[in-house]
Design a protein around this ligand. Structure first.
Ligand code: CU
Length: 105
């Protein structure tokens, strides 16, 4: 790699880091047929990574349709980015009794 591309890469990384400074990734497990935690508060721009620890497949799907994970099998994760504020109820499409709420502020 020549120095020109090294400079471009370093600059890109710096811009990326400064832009991401306040974004957090919140971990949410799906375990024992429930979301843990079931109530999650994040800031606009944050991500939530859902990881299914159950043998049963699950999704995390917004009641208003604004987001959904794929069907997550055991050990699989998916990360959702929250770009708008509000309160978002979510559930598992396969087990609709599993519920949670994400508050984006
Ligand atoms: Cu489920």
């Amino acid at each position: 790699m020549n120095n020109f591309f090294k400079t471009i890469l370093a600059t890109s990384a710096a811009i990326c880091l400064s832009g991401m400074a306040h974004a957090a990734d919140i971990k949410a497990n799906i375990q024992g047929m429930s979301f843990s935690p079931a109530a999650i508060t994040v800031s606009v721009g944050d991500t939530v990574t859902f990881t299914n620890l159950d043998g049963a497949p699950h999704t995390a799907t917004a009641a208003d349709g604004s987001f959904t994970t794929a069907t997550l099998r055991k050990g699989k994760s998916e990360t959702i980015t929250f770009k708008t504020d509000g309160s978002f109820d979510f559930f598992c499409k396969i087990h609709p009794g599993m519920k949670g709420t994400i508050i984006v502020q």
